[in-house]
Design a protein around this ligand. Structure first.
Ligand SMILES: O=C(O)CCC(=O)C(=O)O
Length: 336
């Protein structure tokens, strides 16, 4: 059974699928004290009021004007029944991509991980070397959500596709604010301590990759372990999905063009690192190892706090040359 945007997942799985709490007009204090502290996914509205892209990117004209049709962007090859996540970033002419997305409504390419918002300080240098392209010019139609500050995020990157893209079940080590500009997406989310229940076929869960939702629901039955907590969330333009660190997510784009920018964070609380460590401290079979968890989370927490302090006191510590639109400093071409 292939999980599609319209699959009635609740009729297949033996656990309740939850809906996120929704927040409007979030202040800095609300974000830290209520949303982040709760440690579960949430939908935030009102945080993208400054984004003209929500209105203007519904047609390709503005994007073509900003980036230029002859610019090169880097795309991931779309695999419908994606079993695993493959970062085969393919250089592609932006004008051709726009035509596929808006006019044909079908494309084998998924523009992912294009850096639009850069962090401050030395992180800037680190981020530059690991991302496939710089589309910073697009930032002028978007904005940092008002409840975060430039030194807090690691990167703000773009995702754009013609519809029906799949990003298979995986987790990321940082908190995430995923801001939808165009199109709807469905997110199936599980907290870090469910990771063992999502691994089938000998998958260890290392490097953030877990089983695929299609495998987990093959034959119309749940094939994973005894899951207690899962969310089934739909995002729409103007909405921001907050996802805590380490949450496994399987993402399906609806059958319409989609664009989003997500912000990953480096500015965390001790709670976040305890969660992060939950899935990092695994034994070689992929099972969570309680004894390694505490020292591991303490070490990661100390490391990130040091990085954050350095980033604050020494902004621009390592000067980075400005790049042109679409120019890449990315060195992992062909990597998976
Ligand atoms: O939108 C997608 O296809 C995937 C997004 C994602 O994995 C993320 O924001 O972490």
């Amino acid at each position: 059974m292939a999980l599609s945007f319209t699959t009635d997942l609740q009729s297949i799985v033996p656990f309740d699928l939850r809906q996120p709490e929704r927040f409007d007009s979030v202040t800095r204090a609300d974000f830290d004290d209520v949303i982040r502290r709760a440690g579960v996914p949430a939908i935030i509205t009102g945080g993208m009021d400054e984004w003209s892209s929500v209105d203007t990117w519904t047609s390709p004209d503005r994007l073509a004007q900003l980036l230029g049709e002859d610019s090169t962007v880097f795309c991931r090859r779309v695999v419908q029944d994606a079993v695993t996540y493959t970062e085969d970033f393919i250089p592609y002419r932006f004008g051709d991509f726009l035509h596929e997305v808006y006019s044909i409504g079908e494309s084998d390419h998924y523009l992912t991980q294009a850096l639009v918002f850069e962090p401050e300080g030395f992180l800037r240098k680190a981020i530059r070397s690991s991302f496939p392209g710089l589309l910073q010019v697009l930032a002028q139609d978007c904005a940092l959500p008002p409840f975060i500050e430039p030194h807090e995020f690691a990167e703000g990157i773009m995702w754009m596709g013609s519809g029906e893209q799949v990003t298979p079940l995986h987790y990321d080590p940082a908190e995430n604010l995923n801001c939808t500009i165009m199109g709807r997406k469905r997110w199936i989310l599980f907290p870090p301590d469910e990771a063992e229940n999502l691994m089938v076929d000998g998958n260890t869960g290392k490097d953030g990759m877990l089983s695929n939702m299609d495998d987990l629901t093959a034959g119309g039955e749940w094939r994973g372990g005894p899951v207690q907590v899962a969310y089934d969330i739909e995002t729409a333009p103007g909405q921001i999905l907050y996802m805590p660190a380490g949450w496994s997510h399987h993402v399906l784009s609806c059958r319409e063009p989609s664009a989003a920018i997500n912000f990953w964070f480096v500015d965390h609380t001790w709670q976040t690192y305890k969660r992060y460590a939950h899935w990092q401290s695994r034994d070689r079979y992929g099972y969570s190892d309680e004894a390694r968890r505490k020292p591991y989370s303490a070490a990661v927490f100390a490391g990130v706090m040091a990085m954050r302090a350095t980033n604050r006191v020494a902004p621009r510590l390592v000067p980075t040359p400005d790049l042109e639109v679409g120019e890449a400093s990315y060195e992992r071409q062909g990597a998976t």
